[in-house]
Ligand binder design. Sequence first.
Ligand code: COA
Length: 332
Amino acid sequence: MNKLRNATITAVGMYVPPKILNNKYFEKIVDTNDEWIITRTGIKERRIIEDGATSDLAARACQDLFNNSKVKPEEIDCIIVATVTPDMFFPATACLVQDKIGAKNAWGFDLSAACSGFLFALKTGASLVESGSYNKVLVVGADKMSSITDYTDRNTCVLFGDAASAVLLEPSESMEFGIIDQLLFVDGSGKDALHMKAGGSLNPATHETIDKKWHYIYQDGKAVFKVAVKGMADVSYDIMKKNGLSSDDVAYLVPHQANLRIIDATAERMGISKDKVMINIHKYGNTTAATIPLCLTEYYRDGKIKKGDNLILSAFGAGYTWGAIYLKWSLA
Ligand code: COA
């Protein structure tokens, strides 16, 4: 497809709440242990917000981005918030973020693609820039997973955390840098394995839905694990091959952080060594739409990403949704 110009990431920001729940905490509230959680998932700690909703996580991540760049809120053209935990069904969380950060000239919307949300939002935002329609698009991945987590269910409660992270997309100085290519997919036949049963138009909230705990995450972990391992590994490998990249050409795999075993399998399929895989699952758990931009922000700020680095971003999530994006980093 012909593009007028490329979109590239020109600023990053993040917010993780200060409250930490470590694995020892979960030993006290459900039948689990630190060793099981680390060996089966790679998670040691996760963060939980005590003073706000998803829009607060998102607004704080955007504020961090503004504090670390020359861009001002009023210059933002559009805000896309990827989330499955919006503050409310409506208005969109993007509207609440717009107000909280003072982006008075922006429009915006929410995008729901669960753990693939950031990738889908990044491509959507990039298209707005590539078409020449807009110059400054904020793409935010934000989830308050603690708001839909059942802390009596050991199968899910140890996995998730709260966080937000944001990137700014602007036109790239050349076609060489920025969002180069993507492979994105959905398969709704996977809906039964990972979902929240009630609160939507299928099962509106009633006393019965609350009694049945239908307002929490439901996951058939084994079923999701099987398709996620294959889906994420295949799509990451396929985007490399489609763009003629060898494993040596890739500076980093930037995977969604749901399970260290899924990440390891993806890196193995791509032939990429562990030192070229961005990891922060041990600190934050699965923060759904926030995991990938959190990795990008932390590794960039640690001086680990260089201008010209080839990055492969990949994710798998509820829907099913999955995909990969090839990005050539342009920030010095
Ligand atoms: N502590 C101790 N035991 C636990 C546990 C916990 N926190 N959670 C589950 N178990 C138990 C199960 O009850 C099961 O016991 P049983 O055999 O007596 O029934 C046993 O551990 C094995 O369960 P299983 O589901 O096979 O574990 P697993 O190795 O698959 O790991 C997940 C579970 C959830 C970590 C893993 O399946 C997973 O990561 N799934 C995919 C997640 C994902 O990618 N989601 C998409 C994006 S959100």
